[in-house]
Design a protein around this ligand. Sequence first.
Ligand SMILES: NC(=O)C1=CN([C@@H]2O[C@H](COP(=O)(O)OP(=O)(O)OC[C@H]3O[C@@H](n4cnc5c(N)ncnc54)[C@H](OP(=O)(O)O)[C@@H]3O)[C@@H](O)[C@H]2O)C=CC1
Ligand SMILES: CC(=O)N[C@@H](CCC(=O)OP(=O)(O)O)C(=O)O
Length: 346
Amino acid sequence: MTDKIIKIAIVGITGYGGLELLRLLYNHPNAKVVSIHNTQTENTDISEQFPHLKSMYNLTPTTFDPMHIMQEADLVFFATSSGVSKDLAQDFIQAKFPVIDLSGDFRLPADIYKKWYKNEPASDEAIQQAHYSLADFYDNKVTYIANPGCYATGTLLALAPLAQNHLLDKDNIIIDAKSGLSGAGKSLTLASHFVNVNENFTMYKANHHQHIPEITQQLQQWQSDIAHIQFTTSLLPINRGIFVSAYVKINDDSQAEKIQELYTATYANKQFVRVMPKNQLPSIKQVIGTNFTDIGLTYNPDTKYLTIVSVLDNMIKGAAGQAIQNMNHMFDLEESTGLHLIAQYA
Ligand SMILES: NC(=O)C1=CN([C@@H]2O[C@H](COP(=O)(O)OP(=O)(O)OC[C@H]3O[C@@H](n4cnc5c(N)ncnc54)[C@H](OP(=O)(O)O)[C@@H]3O)[C@@H](O)[C@H]2O)C=CC1
Ligand SMILES: CC(=O)N[C@@H](CCC(=O)OP(=O)(O)O)C(=O)O
């Protein structure tokens, strides 16, 4: 084990993603959080606002000052709302200082971002420097990483073995994804009000979710004829977790019986993707609190639809955990460092 210590700054510390980074990095043997930032600095220890952190850290949020961060730290995580890092990250990008951005700001070309996020995009120049990094498939030694979105991670891992082998029927890619409420961040809205979510089930952003272009873009890199996906998202009355159901047809029927082996082979050396035995489908609870994505498959020979289910913890594999996996790649650490987590069984 290396004795290297990576000094880390986190911007967006008062959000769910920032707090999850802080929680996971506590047990990372090669990381030390040296500064934390949000929109206000109150000059009080972070544990005043978040008592669960009492006696764990000795950190007070400080004013966001890029020059100071670059002097003190080796890497900055942006766990800020979308539309924020495209402005705040500028100085770091210019200086080629290591950045991992959890938001959607650098995942898409400018015109597509503007259309789907309905927000002003970062400059083309900045976007071109960012590397979209689905951590299980990319071992980046780059300085600037756009961490994938939570739904995009679950969907891409569910479809990767097929797309990488050009086996998807491009006209039959249907994805029905569901998320726990922490995916929406800490801000309260009418839609995220307890009474609206508890004991309820709602589909939202049907056909216009911002992860649609992110998923399509990556699928196209693997299988160039894919132009569209049918994608819907729903809100589960739970805190954490994503459940992706993908219904797809494969374009070569003779391969149908071999799909399970294809998934097992694709993920044989990917320690954070676990493929279930044939015809067994995963449940959300088996991954909550971990950096795993678990995947199960079942094929219907009558309809010729393959159902693929993938589950992950949106806050870990969908955000902070994958960001740390990317950090481990960036700094040449073993990719599971600090991420040895077992789900809570009951
Ligand atoms: N939650 C999830 O499961 C996932 C989230 N993401 C993405 O990660 C990012 C963070 O998500 P999440 O933690 O849920 O969001 P939250 O809404 O919970 O938190 C947002 C954070 O950003 C900070 N912030 C907002 N504007 C600024 C600013 N101008 N300067 C400094 N800090 C700012 C907020 O600080 P303050 O308290 O001062 O307002 C807060 O700490 C988002 O882009 C989200 O889309 C990606 C995958 C999954
Ligand atoms: C439950 C819920 O509301 N989830 C959010 C996920 C947002 C997210 O991860 O944002 P990025 O676009 O930055 O990836 C949503 O559906 O918009």
